[in-house]
Design a protein around this ligand. Structure first.
Ligand code: UDP
Ligand code: MG
Length: 306
């Protein structure tokens, strides 16, 4: 076996026939054997049935069925755990990631790169979403403790050595692009234009994208904790100045203490800072709690073709 292609699927029944057709075209032309691992992430439509039928027609298409919806990043992890290829490719199931790029990625892999990630030259999403994505990547780039390339998402090829390392990473809050960058090795990017979704609506709601962004930032950076410290120091500095001013007023002017307004402002401001800091700390504690529970990351219901 040479290539494994992992594709997470969540309610994509309208896309599956076209997806299978395009992936098949690509793997037929590759210079080795391929397996395609679909991970059905608890779809409620007929995705699972379609994929099952597809396996009967062509046994290179395998299928993992998760017991419920676990989320995109976890579905990919389930696929990674079952892949046996020398090179493993991660790809979205909505044809936003063109399978035809595979050939180019494999060429780079053959040149000796362990990770070939893809960089989105352009996107078809609306301006607001594009802005949000690029701000996120910039934030990650600035604050994370490892260098995570800009605009590099899940769509990528990894050598089996890298996959081996990824499998050993037990964290529950999974941010695949960050984990992939963390592994090190020789990494290179290839550029591509991100297509629009082939059919249907995005399955990642804005809320889940924000959650993923927070996962990424918190798993790969202590900057938010540091932010709390800086904010604390800034507030303390301000209140010190305020105190100096009040003392000055008391000693050297005969203005009555105006009091009320300034006290309320100070109290609410400090209260806000305390809550913010607690929130940041709570976020880390929540993650520690998640990790120490030691639950499995996903639960497999069906495994077809392995
Ligand atoms: N997906 C999944 N589980 C989820 C959400 C999405 O397996 O809970 C799959 C989805 O079917 C698609 C891929 O992950 O193949 C990317 O999802 P989507 O296109 O909705 O994300 P976006 O492109 O908006 O980041
Ligand atoms: Mg998509």
């Amino acid at each position: 076996m040479n290539y494994s292609i992992i594709i997470p699927i969540y309610n994509e029944q309208d896309i599956i026939p076209e997806l299978v057709r395009r992936v098949k075209d690509v793997i037929d032309k590759l210079d080795g054997q391929s397996e395609v691992i679909f991970v059905d992430d608890g779809s409620a439509d007929s995705s699972f049935r379609l994929l099952e039928e597809n396996h009967k027609k062509d046994s290179r298409f395998k299928l993992i069925g998760l017991s419920r919806n676990f989320g995109h990043q976890v579905a990919i992890s389930a696929g990674l755990d079952c892949a046996i290829g020398d090179a493993v490719v991660l790809m979205d199931g909505d044809l936003q990631d063109p399978p035809e790029l595979l050939q180019q990625m494999i060429t780079k892999w053959r040149e000796g790169y362990h990770v070939v990630y893809t960089v989105k030259k352009s996107r078809k999403e609306n301006a607001l979403k594009r802005f949000a994505f690029s701000s996120f990547y910039r934030l990650m780039h600035t604050f994370s403790s490892i260098s995570i390339p800009m605009e590099a998402g899940n769509f990528s090829l990894m050598d089996k050595q890298v996959v081996e390392v990824m499998r050993k990473m037990p964290e529950r809050n999974r941010y695949i692009s960050g984990m992939r960058a963390w592994t090190g090795f020789k990494q290179i990017g290839v550029e591509f234009d991100r297509e629009a979704r082939f059919a249907g609506k995005p399955k990642m709601s804005v809320r889940r994208l924000v959650d993923l962004a927070i996962d990424g930032l918190i798993s790969f950076s202590n900057a938010p904790l540091r932010l709390a410290i800086y904010a604390g120091v800034a507030v303390a500095g301000l209140s010190f100045l305020g105190a100096a001013y009040v003392i000055y007023e008391k000693l050297f002017t005969n203005k009555a203490i105006l009091g009320w307004a300034s006290i309320i402002v100070a109290i609410t401001f400090i209260g806000g800072m305390v809550l913010l800091t607690l929130g940041v700390i709570g976020e880390y504690i929540g993650r520690i709690y998640d990790e120490v529970k030691h639950r499995p990351i996903y639960v497999i219901k069906d495994k077809i073709g392995f």
